[in-house]
Design a protein around this ligand. Structure first.
Ligand SMILES: Cc1ncc(COP(=O)(O)O)c(C=O)c1O
Length: 393
């Protein structure tokens, strides 16, 4: 079967709700993926900031294989050692007072849980989120998302419950949060929006306002969590601790899992029956999450993301010096955005022709979110490609 045969099957049997690249991926190895003909690509997308250990990491493969043989799913009617172990592992990497976790299956689900938890805990119904944010596609997560293009055709959603303020606008933040606000849901780096970091003032003001009004500070760490920014969690770059964080993407190293982590006091709001999911916290996903955290820790991948990312960003800035195309280079650790207007899509195409898998976020920003194990050689390949691309303009 070749790519065209597979595209025909997709056309016949699958919803057409994704705009896909002309690439069928057959397998992966570290930061490399291979198409049906065996052509190699360096993967700077990592399943959209998911495959933090790359493809086929032996520690993750072993954990998943052994767990699959033992048991995959049991429901939340019973206890499993694997769920307890992952809860303990997460508690060991979050700063206090964050302490306890609840598991689900995706980023959107994690945000749904966080919003429900904040509503029930504060007994308030209104939320503040940011324009240009992305929080997922389920009803509440989509209502929280500050990009009308995703909401088109589904209005009014829960629009009455959400105020969207301009990102990094401290004054708008101050005038939007009050004693009737249940929570503030924020990304510390808007990933889908184009890799836009929050300012320190915006995040510290958010913390202060929540303290003053009793609103809960919820940080969406779905894209920035689990080592990506050079800290375990993106908010740790900002000297604040949120009340609730949502996680997914990198947490399972590629196996679907989401989570919220909150303080012990807030977590008490959910009593048996308050919230739940059939698959959430199943032993397979939890074993993957545990192995992912243990491997990131054992291999020092958090600090490596910080140092590799800082050097890479400096290199990109140097390569782009004097270029009229590159408007901005920004990010933290191994989430890097190169804002370059329409050229971002052209660079993506040029990279593809040269064996690099790249991705554009927010329409005009090339987003680099490779596996945290990405080698220096692969980073050099991207840098050479960027140099070559710019020299042709
Ligand atoms: C910050 C953020 N929150 C939530 C989501 C939604 O996650 P999922 O696609 O797993 O539902 C994403 C996905 O890109 C995201 O980047």
């Amino acid at each position: 079967m070749d790519l065209n045969d597979i595209k025909t099957l997709y056309g016949s049997y699958l919803f057409q709700n994704y705009g896909r690249e002309d690439l069928c991926i057959a397998r992966g190895d570290r930061e490399f993926i291979y198409d049906l003909e065996g052509k190699e690509y360096v993967d700077f997308v990592a399943g959209i900031a998911v495959n933090c250990l790359g493809h086929g990491h032996p520690a993750l493969v072993k954990a998943i294989s052994e767990q699959a043989a033992r048991m995959i799913h049991i429901s939340n009617l019973y206890y499993s050692r694997e769920q307890a172990d992952l809860g303990e592992a997460l508690a060991s990497i979050v700063p206090p007072p964050l302490a306890v976790s609840m598991f689900c299956n995706s980023g959107a689900e994690a945000n749904e849980a966080a919003l429900k938890l904040a509503s029930k805990h504060t007994k308030r119904a209104r939320f503040v989120t940011c324009k240009n944010s992305f929080h997922g596609r389920t009803c509440a997560a989509l209502s929280a998302t500050g990009q009308p293009k995703y909401q088109e055709g589904f209005e009014p959603l829960l629009s009455k419950a959400f105020d969207h303020i301009p990102f990094n606008d401290v004054e708008a933040l101050k005038s939007s949060v009050s004693k009737t606000t249940a929570g503030l849901l924020l990304e510390v780096i808007q990933g889908e929006g184009g890799v836009i970091p929050a300012s320190k003032e915006f995040i510290s003001t958010a913390r202060d306002l929540c303290d003053d009004t009793g609103a809960l500070m919820i940080v969406d760490e779905v894209q920035t969590g689990i080592g990506r920014t050079g800290k375990w969690f993106g908010f740790q770059n900002y000297d604040v601790v949120p009340d609730i964080i949502s996680l997914a993407k990198g947490l399972g190293g590629g196996v679907p899992i989401g989570a919220i982590v909150s303080t012990r006091e807030i977590a008490k709001t959910f009593t048996p029956g308050s919230h739940g999911t059939t698959f959430g916290g199943n032993p397979l996903a939890c074993a993957a999450g545990y192995a992912t955290i243990a491997t990131i820790r054992n291999e020092g991948l958090v600090s490596r993301a910080a140092s590799t990312g800082a050097k890479w960003m400096a290199d990109i800035r140097e390569i782009g010096e004097g270029s009229k195309i590159i408007k901005d280079v920004r990010g933290m650790g191994l989430i890097i955005g190169i804002e370059m207007g329409e050229s971002a899509k052209e660079l993506k195409k040029f990279g593809f022709e040269n064996g690099l898998l790249l991705n554009v976020a927010g329409g005009k920003t090339l987003r680099l979110v490779p596996p945290l194990i990405v080698s220096d050689g692969s980073i050099s390949r991207f840098n050479d490609c960027l140099r070559d691309f710019l020299s042709r303009q």
